[in-house]
Design a protein around this ligand. Sequence first.
Ligand code: BGC
Length: 436
Amino acid sequence: MTMKIDRRSALLLVGGSLLAGAASSGAAATSKQTKAEKFLWGSAGAAYQIEGGNYASDLWVMEHTKPSIFKDPSGDAVDAYNRVNEDIALAASLGFNTHRFSIEWSRIEPERGRISNAAIAYYRRVLETIRKHGMTPFVTFNHFTTPRWFAAAGGFETRDGIEPFVNYCSLIARELGDLIGIAATFNEPNLGALVSWSPAIRPLRPHIVAARELARTSIGAAKWSPPMLSDFRIQQPIMIEAHNRAYDAIKQASAGRFPVGVTLSLNDERGSAEAIARKQGEVMLPWLAANGDYIGVQNYTYSVVEGESDLPPERGIELTQMGYPFAPEALEGVIRAVARHSNRPIYVTENGVATEDDTRRVAFIDRAVAGVSACLRDGIDVRGYIHWSLLDNWEWVAGFGPKFGLVSVDRTTFVRTAKPSAHHLGRMARRGSPPG
Ligand code: BGC
């Protein structure tokens, strides 16, 4: 039996958002990045959402315990593991000059301390292919999923999780650093904090706790802390420390060859200045104070915050398949918010919309990119726009329903077909940089 969870709540689950109230500090940035020569245009994906067959990952367990909070198991996902050359060639043919992807830790280290040389070689080929097409590889070291053994050891709900993560990052930087263009340690480690403000998340917490417990007993582990479904109040300070240490380790292992940062999930916050300040103090500021050479901004919508909570979306407005307000202008708002608190360069590392109607995606892109242009005109140092996502893929607890892709994928044959929005964004990319 699968539990019924509406789509908005489904995304809210992602990131694990069990509770509110993180507070932490991070080391100030120590290193500077030289100004990027060109504005980066591209699209993104995450290993677990596209590759398929990531059996050694924590979420694989959660997808197969019954009842599951996941609408569909990821299964073959969109078989990108076997089609990566085709996908990268397609992205390049559209006119993009960067490609963002993530490395699946559970492939690299399926059992603690057991490194798969074949997996390292695989991701080396991915990087080489991106380079061969003249694109800058934008690499996320961790996009939500972790190895089973890591979750069974307490994940990031214990400080014992820091060292294995730092070692993994160091390994990747050492083995693959010669080909990496830009790196992010974590994808959206603040998502749990962000969604804890949503009124929709509260009723779901008992289900998350129950699902975790079921998974734990199903594999006979003493602990079970998949970071995506863990308690962010405990986890966030530990992840900040893990990020800061991973940043140093990556710099050291790669001799500082490429910029390293973190990507953040941010809504354009609306409401009273006081409420916004309180929310940003939990969700954004601790991460802006952490180590980094740039800030990765990821935005899908806005929220209206009142007191200690977001309000539900206003009646009658256009909603996306995720149940969010359709809000391309929100991107400009979050870029400006980040720029008010940080003078680091900004990359838009995710921005997009879940819709079956590709004409709405085209409109979304136009209006979002217009916001980037306005920020650039005002002197904000934005260096790239990376759309989520290249492919229609597996959208976490919401399964294969929501369509974020510039490219559709046949669920049986895995045949890819570029949508008009792919060519639309590609034309912008070809026109050169920066936008506007
Ligand atoms: C995540 C992606 C996800 C996207 C759309 C972001 O929170 O990084 O993995 O698919 O949003 O929901």
